[in-house]
Design a protein around this ligand. Sequence first.
Ligand code: BES
Ligand code: MN
Ligand code: MN
Length: 470
Amino acid sequence: MSISTHGQLDSVLARTDANQPAGIERLMDFLRIPSVSTDPAFAADVRRAGEWASNMLKECGFESRLVNTHGHPMVLAKHPGPKGVTAPRVLFYGHYDVQPADPIELWTSPPFEPVIVEGPMGKRVVARGAVDDKGQVMTFLEALRAWHACAGGPPCPVTVILEGEEESGSESFEPFLREYAAELESDVAIVSDTGMWDINTPAITTMLRGLVYVEAKLKGPSHDLHSGLYGGALANPINSLARMIASLHHDDGRIAIEGFYDQVKPLPEKIKKQWDKLDFDDAEFLGKAGVKKGFGEPGFNAMERTWCRPTCDCNGIKGGYQGEGAKTVIASEATAKISCRLVADMDPDDAFNKLSAHLRARVPAGYTLEMKTFGKNPPIRVKDESPYLVAAERGLAKVYGMNPVCIGTGGSIPAVGLLQRILGVESLLVGFGLDDDRVHSPNEKFELTCFRRGALSHAAILAELAGLRP
Ligand code: BES
Ligand code: MN
Ligand code: MN
């Protein structure tokens, strides 16, 4: 880091802190916009959230606009950085859309009316999108705001992309990257959409799982039947589909799809060493989910099962009579949503083909299986050695007083793989969420401590990056 950047950083950090109360208000405003991307009824709100974020970036000295796509708009903002200085070009990625709020009755306060409540680790904000990903996007925007106020702008050239359809499959992201590739050229990407090790231990995520998501519809009789007249004489589509789903696993938890593990490689030694040091506690992790005993592939603990082993899960099931009371019926069809989390080096098309062959082989004679896919994302490993990574580590260390740990995550972020493949840009996954934040669930929250230190960290990481030659 150059002397001048270093000198500036202290005032930027002080400014970030002084801005906190107003920053929390800004976050609450953002959270009040119900930008649910998967439900067309919210399309206008999604756009409004994009406009809101774009205006924030303008306040931070950026040239910012919404770029229309076939889906929801992309926020694209740029700042040239300081004049006459060569520093790495930084691309920040986050998403301003959120998951649906359902089941709404389980929220203790309305999902789009954020509240600050006291928790065991201090104050927290509760609302849909608090941590995934509006709160995390705001950590970066608050850092940019402080740099703008203290130094007239960030110490590096910065491009910001905020996506409006991450939670619904990122369909427009690839065409967007291809079309705007020239404008997006960067040396390193920073993504804040993952978690920390714990509230005091920062983390950089180096592995993400991929995802293949399908809907399988089993069609049997031409119409619903009286279960007394026909029951016992033909295959019940719900029974059959349930059998098909059950057949995806052996009793001990291993996936039973033929060849499913063929491409799964053992964990690289270096990563294994990093993870071994972490002292992962299964009981504590499962306890946060309200579960006493884990279950899964034998020979692996919960950390490995979620970070580096594939899964196959039914995410929803539909068919037959769902109303009050009893109805004696054999439904003509049954549907299941099934998704597989993939790990390096699994290929999404291959996993899909194997899943699909497994299910098709179990369709009762004369019945049909319709398969629809909702996206296929490859697993991702990000470079775990680079000067940029070291800069991020130093920035985090400055704020937390300790070096970050390198972790994996069970989740997926399609954008990270696409930035790698299409722009050739590696991401630094620097996130501030916690395991108990209730991501995608009622009463999602973000600890204000994480919000504050997240903003400070981004301010410090920018200073460290500015000290590097691109
Ligand atoms: N931010 C999450 C992924 C995540 C959560 C990473 C927690 C690390 C810790 C992201 O918004 C997400 O939910 N992704 C989806 C991707 C899917 C819709 C393609 C996922 O993982 O299910
Ligand atoms: Mn997210
Ligand atoms: Mn999410």
